[in-house]
Ligand binder design. Structure first.
Ligand SMILES: Cc1cc2nc3c(=O)[nH]c(=O)nc-3n(C[C@H](O)[C@H](O)[C@H](O)COP(=O)(O)OP(=O)(O)OC[C@H]3O[C@@H](n4cnc5c(N)ncnc54)[C@H](O)[C@@H]3O)c2cc1C
Length: 439
């Protein structure tokens, strides 16, 4: 391992968990040179959806380390102790932390990692193959820039890509995005401009998942005179299934089960069984309070929230003031139109494609049934003349299970990736991963 270099791209929860595993292992073993690059100045956790009162959707015990090493310095419980809030947190009698508090935890973790491990305000722009004299790809060059546009280059043997998902923009909105039509990942920064808006706003919210409903609540609270139009294809908002038997799908041990299934069709079957634990599903209490708001409007006789279920958007046309949407009912085929001042796309994230900065690497990646071939240890499977190893975090839901993009598996996955890097074996020879790795 001596002399091996590793670069992590992104300093969100996935690579923070890996940095913890690294620091803990470094106490007893030489782990090579590591650098994590993050485009933000501080650790941010979906900051544009950090809405007041929003909560972590899983137990605080599924932090970055507890499931792997409950005695770690970096547990959420130790964070609470260090912040002087442990008594108060316990007294609340709940497993739910607020998203604000979880973001503070992530920054506390980052602040307690060695300074030299990460470089903040560094945006990776390109990853390029570097060829050896034998014509094989011997290493990778990571090209990144700071805030002032100064460019830097770093050579590495291993790369860990953990940059989160890319916003999904429905086809009808391609080339239509502007300051009034935007994805939920830009929500808080874009909605800011309406703070001093005169008169009632007409706002469309596309989608029926957790973010859509959180946004509807926010708009109704902050713009009480606005008309909010919730537009989605399904019959109704559906609650997330948090029941205990179903919730076992989030156990880290499920990763091995999913990966071990015979083929992608079997994996798709399992995923579709559990889809409603995480997708287009909303926390029940949020739905109940939304229903109360609608009912209060019925009592007062002034409706502010309008639900358009079974509805698809066929066209978007800019007007002198606002936009006209052409709508279609998926059951009857009937058409309708609606005029809006702003449209928010709570339409989720895509997590199967590599980010554009990996474009020059793509020709070297092996494909499997039209998708990236990703081994059990999260390495991309490369052509035989490609020596560096590239790990991906959060891009392998189909093969590694529904927790892949969530916090539930981070503590254990980070250990699996670290083990694989330290083993330093070549492609195709996967590390024999124990399903329970405690250090
Ligand atoms: C609103 C919202 C709420 C969520 N709530 C929960 C929840 O309650 N529970 C749960 O389990 N999951 C939740 N999730 C799922 C979420 O994916 C995970 O919680 C977690 O954020 C995954 O961590 P990550 O590090 O893989 O990705 P991210 O958190 O997306 O972090 C990626 C990091 O990479 C950085 N980056 C991107 N591109 C570059 C570049 N070119 N150069 C340098 N840095 C770059 C980004 O700035 C970011 O810091 C939520 C997701 C959203 C959108």
């Amino acid at each position: 391992m001596a002399g091996q270099r590793t670069v992590g791209i992104g300093m969100g929860p996935s690579n923070l968990a890996l940095a913890i595993a690294l620091v803990e292992r470094s106490a007893s073993q030489e782990c090579g040179e590591w650098t994590f690059l993050e485009r933000n100045e501080t650790v941010q956790w979906h900051s544009n959806m950090l809405l007041k009162g929003s909560r972590l959707q899983i137990s605080f015990l599924k932090d970055l380390v507890t499931l792997r090493n409950p005695t770690s310095f970096y547990t959420f419980i130790n964070y609470l102790k260090c912040r002087g809030r442990l008594d108060y947190f316990i007294n609340r009698g709940t497993f739910n932390a607020s998203r604000d508090e979880f973001t503070d935890y992530l920054n506390w973790v980052h602040g307690n990692l060695p300074d030299h491990l990460s470089q903040m305000s560094r945006t990776v722009q390109q990853v390029e193959p570097v060829y050896g004299s034998d014509g094989e790809v011997a290493e990778l060059e990571v090209i990144y820039a700071d805030r002032d546009g100064n460019e830097y280059r770093l050579r590495t043997d291993n790369l860990v890509v953990a940059v989160g998902g890319m916003p999904v923009i429905p086809g009808v909105f391609h080339n239509q995005l502007d300051e009034n039509i935007f994805h939920s990942s830009n929500f808080l920064s874009h909605i800011e401009k309406y703070k001093n808006h005169q008169g009632p706003l007409r706002i469309g919210v596309v989608g029926s998942g957790q973010s859509a409903v959180e946004i509807i609540h926010y708009l109704n609270d902050h713009f009480p005179n606005s008309q909010i139009h919730s537009i989605f294809r399904k019959a109704a908002y559906k609650p997330a299934d948090n029941s205990p038997f179903v919730n076992e799908v989030f156990f880290p041990s499920m990763t091995g089960f999913m990966y071990g299934l015979a083929d992608d069709n079997k994996r798709r079957e399992v995923l579709s069984e559990y889809w409603q634990t995480n997708y287009a599903a909303v926390e029940l209490d949020l739905l109940e309070s939304l229903y109360e708001k609608l009912y209060a409007d019925r009592v007062s006789g002034v409706q502010h929230i309008h639900i358009h279920s079974y509805t698809t958007i066929e066209g978007v046309h800019a007007l002198d003031k606002g936009y006209r949407l052409v709508l279609s009912n998926v059951l009857s085929g009937d058409s309708d139109t609606m005029e809006l001042d702003a449209i928010i796309l709570a339409t989720g994230y895509e997590r199967t494609m590599l980010p554009p900065f990996m474009d020059k690497i793509i020709p070297n990646i092996q494909m499997d049934n039209g998708r990236l071939s990703i081994a059990r240890d999260y390495t991309l499977q490369m052509t035989s003349s490609f020596k560096p190893r590239i790990y991906v975090q959060g891009m392998s839901q189909l093969t590694h299970g529904i927790s892949d993009s969530l916090l539930s598996v981070l503590a254990v996955r980070s250990q699996e990736i670290l083990e694989s890097i330290l083993c330093g074996q070549s492609h195709g020879q996967e590390a024999s991963l124990s399903e329970e790795v405690l250090i």
